[in-house]
Design a protein around this ligand. Sequence first.
Ligand code: FAD
Length: 392
Amino acid sequence: MSTTQAPLQLHILIVGCGLGGLAAAHCLAQAGHKITLFESAPAIGEIGAGIQVTPNVTRLLIRWGLGDKLAKIAVKPEALVFRRYSTGERVAYSRWAEKMEAFGAPYYHIHRADFHRLLYDLAGPSMTLRLNSTVVGCDPEAPSLTLASGETVHGDLVIGADGVKSYIQQVVLGQVNPAEATGDAAYRALIPTQLMLSDPDLKSFVDTPEMTGWMGPGRHIMAYNVRAKQEFNLVMLHPDDGSVESWTAEGSAEKMRADFADFEPRVQKMLALVKSTLKWRLMDRKPLATWVHSAGRVALLGDACHPMLPYRAQGAAMAIEDAAVLGNLLAHVASRAQLAPLLHAYEALRLPRTAETQGASRLNQVIFHLPDGPEQAARDTAMRAAAEAELA
Ligand code: FAD
């Protein structure tokens, strides 16, 4: 992130107070701009479950002065282990912390609400946050936003960080372009680790600094500790059977157990400890033709332009990278005429990387979910060989 102050101060209107919107608010305020952020929700609340934070993001967070706070609230797994769903046999092992740190910053697990709070505390003092403010209209040329209350707010630039169902994206593209169903949905649940520590079969999942994945036909589970190992996070990916895109939609714990009934006995024990679960339909989209409105005053960021499957843990990571790049570029704006070229430079720098990551996340859907058979056997053989080489 640049600490350069832009020669021209802009009033930037950001729509959406998710991880992407908050990161954008911070980076753009650091670049010297005045920020107003609009969020539909009435309060900044605790939502979601665990999230993986990869070195491309921790590098930025450390640069923003959050390294110590992050290390305090996060869990750092030493290894990544993949297991066969039905037997629990280990098919892959990787010294994850070491591998990730080779990219120049640590890899962490964190609770999504803690991550959100961290960014909110960072960005909060240098922005105006308008909660309970659903944006229902946008003039892309003036530009301005209209709220559900009827109020209109004018600014110099609008950033649409309004998530997978983005309204601002419709404004940019001039048409409704809904995200696509990926065919998968995610159950998410947190188990108090004290419940697992009293079971000898489950204790090691808390004690061992590992992230564990189980790969099965059409489904996989990722499991890891969060919140100083006080909670154990489960993300259970499975074929979508009619869920919604919402961080807060409840799923049925009974149905969740039935959907993973053929997974190994330790998974059954874990799932038996789940009291309630959240369920989220996983959406993505093909890369957009553009992220910038033709008038050069409205641009998109995060899931609003590049939603992706979480199978490379890069959705929030890409949104935060977007914010850093946008902040760097807009730290140099000296006239309104430069806005459009700078936004196009932002798109040119970011779109190829996010498009590649969207594709790679889809590829992992195929690899993780292979049906039992020759391709799955070949995948497991290759993974076992890599693990043996790493452990030799
Ligand atoms: P959002 O978080 O969706 O925020 C959009 C905000 O805009 C919301 O607060 C919404 O209320 C607001 N809003 C929407 N419309 C309006 C409007 N009209 N007016 C005002 N406000 C509005 N990513 C990772 O990097 N690592 C992971 O491990 C990871 N795991 C994941 C696991 C699952 C199961 C899922 C579903 C996703 C995961 N992701 C992960 C992806 C990540 O959570 C998202 O990519 C990221 O949260 C997107 O952030 P965002 O700010 O772009 O959008």
